[in-house]
Design a protein around this ligand. Structure first.
Ligand SMILES: [Zn+2]
Length: 253
């Protein structure tokens, strides 16, 4: 019963994340006005705003002007619902579940905004650092000290890399947004997982970069956003960190 509820809860949160994704880059309020069609501005009534179901019922079109609704809406709702379910299965009904679900929800918003606009909004990463650090005082899975070390290591290491890169290549490779995002990741996951997140996201990012280069046949002058890779690395560390570290140490031994 609670498992089903975790899916529904995730979908409802996902619906709110869509609002954040659309409005935060424009610095609009995420509370008012209520949902409305971006094309015809008609208010969206509650029965047309049910996650997933309304999209299917309306066949992806606005009820009033029939313009297509972006696939972003059901995608984000679905991904958030699945994340909620997986976290619930991992942590059960606990503070840990809410702590990590808020973390993953923030990463979902960051990822989609970074893909669209190549920015990571400070309104997510900076409060996120605070929530992670204060949350570490009450959740059992991470200590306050570990969270603090995670912030320093996450923010610090990427800051050094970004500065070195800029000094060597005379152009910006990584933005300040990535630095603050990794500090937030450190606040929620602690220092060991920050290292793992950097390794995983660099690995997945380089492979993806090479694939894009092969497909598009370009040299890699344009920057791909790094936020989605950091987010993916962080989620993999959250779910498989312990196993990956054990496996790695096993290979070395
Ligand atoms: Zn419309």
């Amino acid at each position: 019963m609670l498992t089903v509820f975790s899916i529904i809860f995730g979908a409802i949160v996902g619906s709110f994340l869509n609002v954040c994704i659309v409005r935060m880059p424009k610095e609009e309020s995420i509370v008012t006005p209520g949902s409305h069609c971006p094309r015809c501005n008609h208010p969206i009534l509650f029965y047309d705003n049910i996650p997933f179901i309304s999209y299917l019922a309306l066949r992806g079109k606005c009820r009033y002007c029939k313009s297509s609704i972006s696939a972003q809406y059901p995608l984000v709702e679905g991904i958030t619902a699945i994340s909620s379910l997986l976290l619930f299965l991992k942590f059960g009904p606990s503070l840990n579940y809410f702590f990590y679900f808020s973390f993953v929800a923030a990463l979902i918003v960051v990822t989609v905004i970074d893909l669209y606009h190549q920015i990571i909004p400070d309104v997510i990463s900076i409060p996120g650092i605070g929530v992670g650090l204060l949350g570490a005082l009450i959740v059992p899975s991470i200590t306050f000290f570990n969270s603090l070390l995670g912030i320093l290591l996450g923010g610090g290491s990427l800051f050094v890399v970004a500065t070195l890169y800029q000094w060597l290549f005379k152009r910006e490779g990584m933005g300040g947004g990535d630095v603050k995002l990794l500090a937030m990741i450190g606040a929620f996951l602690g220092w060991k997982s920050v290292i793992l997140t950097i390794l995983l996201s660099s690995l997945i990012g380089s492979i993806t970069g090479m694939i894009i280069m092969v497909i598009k046949g370009k040299d890699f002058k344009y920057a791909i956003p790094f936020g989605p890779f950091l987010s993916l690395g962080a989620v993999l560390s959250l779910f498989y960190g312990q196993d990956l570290i054990k496996w790695y140490l096993g290979i070395r031994a």
